[in-house]
Design a protein around this ligand. Structure first.
Ligand SMILES: Cc1cc2nc3c(=O)[nH]c(=O)nc-3n(C[C@H](O)[C@H](O)[C@H](O)COP(=O)(O)OP(=O)(O)OC[C@H]3O[C@@H](n4cnc5c(N)ncnc54)[C@H](O)[C@@H]3O)c2cc1C
Length: 466
């Protein structure tokens, strides 16, 4: 099954896209024993939908019963908990409460609890209004009712996928960045792919191209299979001091189209409110709008009146790779050795490991075709969680470069040297959180520019500061 030629290596799998899904897929297939290359069009990974989300590890309690999404979230959740021990992936076991603020929402609670139980999330329980207020004393007394989902957690949206792909690389996988897939042809038993970074041959192609999933399908198999309908979600991030306002993830009663506006802490020590759900044409416009942010802030204050006393530290928006259907869009074309993994709309961070396992076991049957790596190398994740020991807290931490997020020089140097080194300012931010705090880099950008000299394709100053 594994071929090699002198000049051009034959990979078993070429994965298009270094979002959380592609990173998890690469890890799974490398550990299964396959030769894998991941191709990412941006200068660094996590440049699409995976760069801006709410970072909740969902239990799948509200996923449509029996859907592929529900199945993958369940597997992904289990796998994350197992891997978190091995790789020290950060996790904040905060639990969530789904709250009703009017009688119509209240009327839906029992149905949602029943759905959660059908989805195997058995510990979901109804709470009295008083129990809710006891748990969250800062909550507005206007709350009508709700239920507890103890298993919902907060995780790090970047260190986790970074660790998945790092494990793939440490165990023989390859990655090529600045390598947009441009075109390709299936030559009977393998693919010849043309990328911005040269040509690649691989037996099987797996498209995990997120917001460009339909575009990549069109380029390779001549049909889109689905249409991406980007859905923007804007967020307001409150100062770290606001994290003491609420300890549980506060979820609204979901609607058919969105999980709704959430209030939750972040693993980095802030408190956020969002996301909105705005359909748009653009696959790249992740701008925020003043009016929307003002509404979000007000929504937060309506739920937690004391939030009016806290400052906003940052705002951001992410784009969901939604399609015309709610469920994930998986198509395996066995006769063309092509797997399209698309439409991973709003739960991909939670489901990625499960989705990768599902694809490997059920569709690609990789364990039958390859021999799993024995005793794989297990990397440790970057330690960015404010709820766990950080590098600066050690007595030997040395110089601190970013004082807002307490990022050490050692962490910056590590991020530039690790097996998957940062290749852009955005990539560095996602590995270290440097320049992501209150001053947004005002104080440390000069030092970052000199520390990163020669490491990025576009030096700091020339690059976009997004
Ligand atoms: C506002 C918001 C909130 C969310 N909240 C949560 C949450 O709390 N919990 C949760 O589990 N999930 C959440 N999600 C969902 C999660 O972020 C997505 O499901 C996930 O990021 C999708 O990942 P992906 O790998 O499919 O796509 P992407 O992250 O978009 O990755 C695709 C990659 O493919 C690359 N690419 C595209 N075209 C090409 C090409 N031609 N050649 C090479 N590379 C290419 C892109 O550059 C990109 O890096 C949220 C999403 C948003 C936007």
């Amino acid at each position: 099954m594994q071929l090699q030629s002198n000049n051009s290596k034959m990979f078993d799998f070429a994965i298009i896209g270094g979002g959380v899904v592609g990173c998890a897929m690469a890890r799974q297939l490398v550990l299964d024993g396959a030769k894998v290359i991941l191709l990412e069009k941006a200068a660094d990974i996590l440049d699409g939908a995976s760069k801006g989300n709410s970072a909740i590890l969902h239990t799948g309690f509200d996923a449509p019963v029996g859907s592929l999404e529900q199945k993958c979230i369940t597997k992904g959740y289990e796998d994350y908990l197992a891997l978190h021990e091995q790789m020290e992936l950060p996790i904040l076991k905060s639990g969530a409460m789904v709250l009703a603020w009017n009688t119509q929402q209240e009327a839906k609670l029992d149905e949602l609890i029943d759905q959660a139980h059908q989805n195997g999330v058995a510990d979901v329980i109804r709470l009295t209004r008083q129990q809710i207020l006891d748990r969250e004393p800062n909550l507005s007394p206007n709350v009508k009712g709700g239920f507890l989902v103890p298993g919902e957690c907060l995780i790090d949206p970047w260190s986790s996928p970074h660790a998945y792909l790092t494990q793939a690389l440490l165990n023989g996988g390859e990655v090529r960045r600045n390598a947009e897939l441009l075109s390709g042809s299936f030559e009977g038993d393998h693919w010849h792919l043309n990328t911005q970074a040269g040509s690649i041959t691989a037996r099987t192609v797996i498209s995990c191209a997120g917001l460009y999933g339909d575009v990549v399908n069109q380029r390779l198999i001549g049909k889109k299979l689905f249409s991406i309908r980007p859905r923007k979600g804007q967020f307001v991030v409150f100062d770290k001091a606001a994290s003491k306002v609420s300890s549980t993830i506060i979820l609204p009663v979901p609607t058919a189209t969105t999980k709704g506006i959430v209030v939750c802490r972040t693993i980095f020590g802030n408190l956020l409110i969002g996301p909105t759900a705005e359909e748009q044409e653009s696959r790249t416009d992740a701008s925020t709008e003043r009016e929307t942010l003002r509404d979000l802030r007000q929504k937060g204050i309506d739920m937690f009146p004391t939030l009016a006393n806290y400052d906003i530290a940052a705002t951001y928006a992410g784009l969901r790779p939604a399609s015309e259907e709610k469920d994930y869009r998986l198509t395996y074309l066995a006769e063309q050795n092509y797997l399209s993994v698309g439409g991973i709309r709003s739960t991909g961070l939670s489901s990625a490991l499960g989705l990768a396992r599902y694809c490997a076991e059920e569709l690609l049957k990789s364990s039958k075709n390859f021999s799993a790596i024995k005793g794989p190398i297990i990397p440790k994740a970057n330690r960015l969680s404010d709820y766990h020991p950080r590098d600066w807290q050690g007595s030997d931490h040395g110089e601190i470069v970013c004082h807002c997020e307490m990022v050490t020089k050692r962490e910056i140097e590590q991020a530039l040297q690790d097996p998957l080194p940062a290749k852009s300012l955005q990539g560095l931010k996602r590995r270290t959180r440097a320049a992501m705090g209150r001053c947004q880099g005002f104080n440390c950008m000069g030092t970052l520019a000199s520390l990163t000299e020669g490491h990025f394709d576009r030096p700091i100053g020339e690059a976009d500061h997004d």
